[in-house]
Write a protein that binds this ligand. Structure first.
Ligand SMILES: [Zn+2]
Ligand SMILES: [Zn+2]
Length: 318
C-alpha cells in the first residue's frame, strides 16, 4: 500500500515572532504535591481548662492528635531554555528541606517556634496558620503563586501571598430530592428545557457542599474565624433544613425558584453571607457538587475577588 503523501515538516519550525524554542520566556503555573503526618494540640496557657475546652473541644485533649496533611504548591514563572518553570528536582528538595523534612512525624507545637504557645507570639497550629508558616518558609526558595494545605478531605486552607489573609474551606454533604420545572409552563415545555429532571415525581442527589471563607489569621488562635462556629452555621442554616427533603416542597425558597444546582448554591450563599460576616470572616465561595459530573460555584464577595486560589483548584478533585 502506498503511504499517504504528506507535506514534509519544516526542518526547524519557525517560532512565532518574539518567541524562542522550548517555550523559553513564556509564563506558566506548575503545581507540586507533598504529604506529611504530624500531631498538634490546641491549648492556650492564658485560658482556663474550661475556656480551652469550650473554644477548642476535642483538640485540647493531651497529648494531642494527628493528621495526614497534603500540601499543594503552585509556582509560576517564565519557562527556561529547557522548557521548565523550575527543575522539579529543585522543587522537591526545597519542599523537603524547608517543610516536610522538618514536620513529618513531628509534633507541630514543638517542631516550629511559630507554634510554641509558651511564647506570647506563639500561634495555635491550625490549618490556616500552618499553611501561612509554610509560605514564609518556602517563599525565599520558590516562586510561589499559592499554597493549599489539606488537614483532612473536609478541611483545607489556601494562601496566595505572605499577608495574614487566608481562605478556609469546610466540606459537608446533604441528600435531597428535587424537580426542575417552572410552574407556569406545561409539562411538555418543561421537558424540553429540563429533560429527565422535569419528570413529575422528582429525583435525588447526594450533594457535596464546600463553603470557603476569607479572613485574617488571628495571631494567637491561628484562626480566620471560629471553626466550630462556622461548622455550626453551615449545619444549622443549610444541612439540617435541606437534608433528606424534597427541596421544591420542603424549603420555602424553592416553592417559587427552580432548584437547579446554580440556584441552590446561590441560596446557600445568601443564607450564609451575613452570619459568616458576624462570625468575623467573609463568605468567599460556595461550591455545590450535585454529581461527579456537575457542580456550581458562587463567588459571594462583592466586588468579587474572582478565582484567586484558582491555580490550586485543578488539583482539588484529583
Ligand atoms: Zn487537629
Ligand atoms: Zn437533579
Amino acid at each position: 500500500m502506498t503511504p499517504p503523501v504528506m507535506a514534509a515538516p519544516p526542518a526547524n519550525p519557525a517560532p512565532a515572532t518574539g518567541l524562542r524554542p522550548h517555550g523559553q520566556g513564556r509564563p506558566c503555573v506548575i503545581t507540586r504535591r507533598a504529604t506529611f503526618s504530624a500531631s498538634h494540640r490546641y491549648w492556650l496557657p492564658e485560658l482556663s481548662a474550661e475556656e480551652n475546652q469550650a473554644r477548642f473541644g476535642a483538640c485540647t485533649i493531651a497529648p494531642g492528635h494527628g493528621h495526614n496533611y497534603e500540601l499543594i504548591v503552585a509556582m509560576g514563572g517564565g519557562l527556561d531554555a529547557d522548557g521548565m518553570v523550575l527543575n522539579l528536582s529543585d522543587v522537591k528538595h526545597a519542599i523537603r528541606d524547608q517543610v516536610t523534612g522538618q514536620l513529618d512525624f513531628r509534633c507541630l507545637n514543638e517542631a516550629w517556634p511559630e507554634f510554641d504557645l509558651s511564647r506570647p507570639e506563639g500561634t495555635l497550629p491550625t490549618t490556616e496558620a500552618l499553611v501561612h508558616a509554610i509560605w514564609t518558609r518556602l517563599a525565599p526558595h520558590l516562586p510561589l503563586m499559592g499554597l493549599r494545605l489539606y488537614e483532612t478531605d473536609k478541611l483545607w486552607a489556601d494562601v496566595v501571598g505572605d499577608s495574614m489573609e487566608a481562605f478556609l474551606t469546610i466540606r459537608t454533604h446533604f441528600a435531597a430530592a428535587h424537580r426542575l420545572a417552572r410552574p407556569e409552563l406545561s409539562q411538555e415545555q418543561n421537558d424540553s428545557i429540563y429533560g429527565k429532571c422535569a419528570r413529575p415525581h422528582g429525583h435525588g442527589h447526594n450533594y457535596l457542599l464546600d463553603v470557603t471563607v476569607r479572613g485574617s489569621i488571628d495571631p494567637r488562635t491561628g484562626m480566620v474565624c471560629d471553626l466550630a462556629a462556622l461548622q455550626h452555621l453551615v449545619d444549622d442554616l443549610v444541612v439540617e433544613p435541606f437534608d433528606h427533603t424534597f427541596l421544591n416542597k420542603d424549603v420555602e425558597h424553592f416553592a417559587t425558584t427552580v432548584p437547579t444546582a446554580e440556584n441552590i448554591a446561590l441560596h446557600i450563599a445568601d443564607l450564609l453571607s451575613e452570619p459568616v460576616a458576624a462570625a468575623g470572616a467573609a463568605l468567599h465561595k460556595v461550591r455545590l457538587q450535585e454529581s461527579p459530573n456537575n457542580a456550581a460555584e458562587v463567588f459571594a464577595e462583592v466586588p468579587q475577588l474572582g478565582m484567586r486560589p484558582h491555580a490550586l483548584e485543578a488539583l482539588a478533585g484529583a
